[in-house]
Design a protein around this ligand. Structure first.
Ligand code: HDD
Length: 695
């Protein structure tokens, strides 16, 4: 008779040991991770040659080492994000400095001094994952807060408004701006017919369009851009009272932008310009940071705004509701593996905490479906929140079961709730997430609120609030982009729309594209209003002269005066800049006094576009030689055309002269290092009329 069935026992470490194999040298090496193995743990003796019947003979199907290696490789790529495919990720922390306890129960916003770990992913929107960083585009600004109440994702952009008002139009917007499907180009660019066709037929996009055509569309660095939550969200306090909130990120290194020509040059010279800059700054310990600010307002306040705060194509000016700074984020740790911590990272506006809520913004509501759906598709099913980068840093317990790559312990009989068989199991809690109450009645239809109808007034306010040089850059950008549009009627329709924004903007664009007679203005649903100007909308109002998070390139050659280089370099570094020595050869040069001067960059491979300011220190003889070297002449010419401060000695002046540069007040002698620091700390748009014919 069979022995009485024994109750199963728990696995012990001895069982595991017996599974793993016993003792021996190989075992020792394996536990140290130095033995190459297959994914089934079989040690590999030869990782160089396929299995064949004889030298030069056919490879055998039984070669499981080859099969596994190649088939794994074949599956290395996962679908890239349909938008925001190119992003850069870093870890850091958020520290609250001002409690919002009056408005919310979310601890991340109420416990002053508490540090919450974060993951930030800063991205372009349009280009594929291998595209260039410095293209003109909106930038994504995603932050995942790993709070002790669960993960909160703030998934915003570097522009405070969006192109469209309803998620229904998102696929059309994205299809219009991506590579045209019949030809597969242009890459990572909005300068083509389908984008401008869609935009010119979608007046609600005009406001965002002007932002992205402004210098905001070409940030100097990921460290020098603002971030915005864009939508109006809600905070909910312990009494259940809701307050509207808009989120802002303010860079500690000031807002700064590239010039367009510089952005184009960089896209070729260093397509990873932004990614490299963020990575290097964190490696150096020069940590990027942002303040978190909020605009708080009630439903009653909203009544007096010029626009419906649920319309994501509109903003609330800082003059109307000031931004209250409540905390700061610092990024202090680079990822170890881009695939695991960037590709697999999943952000979604649906991830909010108890004490927070959404609003009825129809664009936001559509996003609340889209991100989870995209992640279920991209990340192999419903367990992607278990991936290390996405996993909350607080306990997770529920009765969800199974699915691809289920990694949580699933023991026990009970996979449902309520239950009486798992008394220690997870239960609902009164402090859990609860939605703010909504009183609503009406009829079901595909509504577009009448309060969303004014598409031009805020675009006008934005354009007219810009400084003259910023307005010129907007005109210039639109002229550039329309210059790539082949279909005349699209160009003309766009000019007709711009007439509703500002007549002088439309006239300048028309002249820029060579249109003798601007077309009749497009019709509008409601009259366009003249709103008060908002200086806070100027990017220049948030820029600050600084050498922090900026770089200075010093061009040297044989016989350079070492003391001048050292003085310029030391003072720029003391002011916070990264200083790089650029020399005709990467091995460096011999200075005037015979010492060896090491180089960081080789002149022929280094455009001055990678620096924020340059110095040129040359002996008379080297200056003469470099006067016939186009890389040296371009180094000087580009820095001048990109409106940068330039420091020179005698030899440097000689090179500028050979490059055809008429020195102005922002070209200074290095004999006065302080003066050099002053001109190096910012761009000089006042020089622009002398280097370009602005439309
Ligand atoms: Fe989106 C990614 C920002 C509208 C659908 N979006 C994505 C990312 C950012 C934004 C920063 C990258 C997240 C990351 O780093 O992984 N998106 C925005 C903002 C919007 C916006 C600020 C408007 C205010 N998005 C929007 C709409 C839809 C989407 C209206 C669809 C209805 N967005 C997506 C997406 C992505 C995405 C397709 C790509 C992959 C992913 O989400 O996980 O679902």
């Amino acid at each position: 008779m069979a022995a009485k069935k024994q109750k199963s026992r728990k696995k012990t470490s001895a069982d595991l040991e017996s599974v793993r194999g016993q003792g021996g040298e190989l075992h020792q090496q394996r536990s140290e991770g130095t033995v190459l193995s297959t994914n089934d743990g079989i040690a590999i003796a030869d990782n160089q040659n396929s299995l064949a019947i004889r030298p030069g003979g056919p490879t055998l199907l039984e070669d499981f080492v080859l099969q596994e290696k190649i088939s794994h490789f074949d599956r290395e790529r996962i679908p890239e994000r349909v938008v925001h495919a190119r992003g850069t990720t870093a870890h850091g922390y958020f520290e609250l400095t001002d409690s919002l306890a009056e408005f919310t129960t979310a601890r991340v916003l109420t416990v002053v001094g508490a540090r919450t770990p974060v993951l930030a992913r800063l991205s372009t929107v349009v280009g594929a994952s291998g595209s260039a960083d410095t293209v003109r585009d909106t930038r994504g600004f995603s932050v995942k807060f790993y709070t002790d109440q669960g993960n909160w994702d703030l998934v915003g952009n570097n522009i405070p408004v969006f192109f469209i008002q309803d998620a229904m139009k998102f696929p059309d917007l994205v299809h219009s701006v991506k590579r045209e499907p019949d030809r597969g180009f242009p890459s990572a660019s909005s300068a083509h017919d389908t984008f401008w066709d869609f935009i010119s037929l979608t007046p609600e996009a005009t406001h965002h369009l002007l932002w992205v055509m402004s210098d905001r569309g070409i940030p100097r660095s990921l460290r020098t851009m603002e971030g915005f939550g864009v939508h109006t969200f809600q905070l909910v306090n312990a009494n259940g009272d809701a307050t509207f909130v808009k989120y802002h990120w303010r860079p500690h290194h000031g807002v700064a932008a590239l010039t367009w020509d510089e952005a184009v040059t960089l896209a070729g010279a260093d397509p990873d310009f932004h990614r490299r800059d963020l990575w290097e700054s964190i490696e150096r310990g020069d940590q990027p940071g942002w303040d978190l600010g909020v605009q708080l307002f009630t439903a009653e306040d909203a009544e007096r705004f010029a626009f419906d705060p649920l319309d994501p194509t509109k903003l609330i000016t800082e003059e109307d509701v000031p931004v209250r700074i409540v905390g700061r984020m610092v990024l202090d740790l680079n990822v170890e593996n881009v695939f695991a911590e960037n590709e697999l990272a999943a952000f979604s506006p649906m991830r909010i905490l108890p004490g927070m809520d959404f609003s009825a913004d129809p664009l936001l509501q559509g996003r609340l479906f889209s991100y989870l759906d995209a992640q279920l598709h991209r990340l192999g099913g419903s367990n992607f929140q278990q991936l290390a980068v996405n996993a909350p840093r607080c306990p997770v317990a529920n009765y969800q079961r199974d699915g691809f790559f289920q990694g949580r312990p699933q023991g026990g009989r009970v996979g449902y709730e309520p239950n009486s068989l798992d008394e220690a199991g997870p239960r609902e809690t009164p402090g859990g997430f609860a939605s703010a109450g909504v009183n609503s009645e009406g009829s079901k239809a595909r509504w577009r609120p009448a309060t969303f109808a004014d598409h031009y007034s805020q675009a006008r306010q934005f354009y007219r609030s810009q400084a003259p040089f910023e307005q010129s850059h907007i005109v210039d950008a639109i002229v550039f982009e329309l210059g790539k549009v082949e279909t005349p009627s699209i160009r003309h329709r766009m000019v007709a729309n711009l007439r509703q924004v500002d007549e002088s903007l439309a006239t300048r664009v028309a002249a820029g594209i060579g249109l003798a007679e601007p077309p009749e203005a497009s019709p509008t649903a409601v009259p366009v209003r003249d709103l008060p100007l908002s200086p806070a909308l100027r990017y220049a109002s948030k820029a600050e002269p600084t050498l922090r998070a900026r770089s200075v390139g010093i061009l040297v050659a044989k016989g350079t005066d070492l003391a001048t280089v050292e003085r310029a370099s030391a003072s720029a570094a003391a002011a916070g800049a990264t200083v790089k020595i650029v020399s005709p050869t990467i091995e460096g040069v011999t200075a005037e006094d015979g010492t060896h001067l090491a180089a960081d960059c080789q002149l022929s491979g280094t455009t001055s576009a990678v620096f924020d300011a340059i110095a040129i220190v040359l002996s008379a003889e080297s200056a003469e030689t470099l006067c016939t070297e186009h890389a040296a002449l371009d180094f000087a010419r580009h820095a001048f055309a990109h409106l940068k401060g330039i420091g020179v000695d005698e030899g440097g002046r000689r090179l500028l002269h050979a490059a055809g540069i008429r020195a102005d007040e922002w070209v200074v002698d290095l004999t006065d290092p302080d003066h050099f620091l002053t001109v190096a700390a910012e761009r000089h748009p006042e020089r622009e009329p002398s280097v370009r014919n602005l439309p």
